[in-house]
Write a protein that binds this ligand. Structure first.
Ligand SMILES: [Ca+2]
Length: 363
């Protein structure tokens, strides 16, 4: 008993001493850091249980987003330890889940089976997303890679589909094609119900890859998007691309879309200007024509609420055709709605969708 007691004392003294070393200035050398990590490996001290704060961390091997966890919790929840955190008492745990798996940790990645190799199979891949706690209201999906088969010749996603099944309100638009670099914000409401992401592939003639980062946002988070903003841009300026927008010619526009893109109004800014690098929603992309107004834009269009600086309205809010003249609006919040119908008539040729730059205008 006395021997056990003195061993415990030694351990406590070791841990206290180590914490002092680790808390010293960040000028520690690489090799010293390395030595501490080894020295602090809690696997040698199984009778010590520490609560590790689940703070975000970056994986040592490739800078992926991880969550700090004890090595036991990391393993238990299906993660992979990649570097250390929490002064060496925790591991940077990266959660990379495959088809059929359940996400139970923040900052998880969803990948196709065999990632980074491509998927050629007919498959119905479903991920379940369990909230890390009840205070999560929204998910942010970052499509670090999302390459699926593109739409058919009516712009419909009839081969591959990406679908989100939430627990709050209507599910968002279904997408397909190349959406690498895009993102989505999804409200998941209160309560404990799980959300689902479904990626269905119905042909063996296409190759797909995906790696999607899923961030869980607390209900009171300042990073949350306003309700019903499927996409949310927070910079002073940026580029908004329609889903499956591609730089090369072809029919890349997706049918059956209905969603809102929001831009966070920065302090001291009153207006927004939109400038299209490419715009073709209706008509022939090779013969650019700008169209606007409710009568001309009935099938596929964008809608930008318009207000002049003095509060008057002199321009319509719907835009379609195959060319977009610059738009300036002082209507807040800054929003751009995207609407496409279920078909593509023959006079709509090679509609690629849009790539629109925005910049906020000072008051
Ligand atoms: Ca259409």
């Amino acid at each position: 008993m006395a021997a056990m007691k003195s061993l415990m004392m030694v351990v406590v003294v070791m841990v206290v001493a180590v914490e002092v070393v680790v808390a010293s200035p960040s000028s520690l050398t690489e090799s010293a850091n390395h030595r501490d990590e080894k020295f602090l490996n809690l696997e040698f001290l199984p009778f010590l249980s520490l609560r590790v704060d689940p703070i975000p961390c970056n994986a040592k091997s490739d800078n992926s987003s991880g969550t700090c966890a004890s090595s036991g919790d990391c393993r238990k929840n299906g993660g992979k330890a990649d570097g250390s955190c929490f002064s060496g008492f925790g591991v940077c745990c990266v959660y990379q889940m495959k088809c059929g798996e359940t996400i139970r940790a923040n900052n998880s990645y969803l990948v196709n089976d065999d990632y980074p190799s491509t998927l050629m199979d007919i498959d119905n891949c479903q991920y379940t997303i369990q909230k890390v706690n009840e205070n999560v209201c929204q998910l942010r999906l970052n499509f670090e890679k999302l390459e699926l088969a593109g739409p058919d010749n009516t712009s419909t996603c009839s081969i591959d589909t990406f679908t989100f099944v939430g627990t709050a309100g209507a599910n968002p638009t279904v997408i397909c094609g190349d959406n690498t670099g895009q993102h989505m914000y999804l409200d998941i409401g209160s309560g404990n119900a799980a959300a689902r992401i479904n990626i269905a592939t119905t042909s063996t003639n296409a190759s797909r890859t995906w790696r999607i980062k899923v961030t869980q946002l607390p209900c009171d988070s300042a990073s949350k998007a306003p309700p019903n903003c499927l996409q949310y841009y927070t910079d002073y300026s940026g580029t908004i691309n329609s889903f499956n927008y591609q730089k090369v010619d072809g029919r890349h526009q997706l049918a059956s879309q209905s969603y809102t893109v929001c831009v966070r109004t920065r302090q001291g800014f009153c207006g927004i200007k939109y400038m299209a690098d490419h715009f073709s929603l209706t008509e022939d992309a090779a013969n650019p024509q700008a169209k606007k107004g409710d009568n001309d834009c009935k099938s596929d269009f964008i809608l930008v609420p318009r207000l002049n600086r003095d509060g008057t309205v002199t321009e319509p809010d719907r835009y379609c055709g195959s060319k977009l003249d610059d738009i300036t609006s002082y209507s807040k919040p800054f929003e751009l709605r995207v609407i496409t119908d279920t078909e593509e008539p023959t006079n709509d040729k090679n509609n690629r969708g849009f790539s629109i730059r925005y910049t906020q205008i000072p008051c």
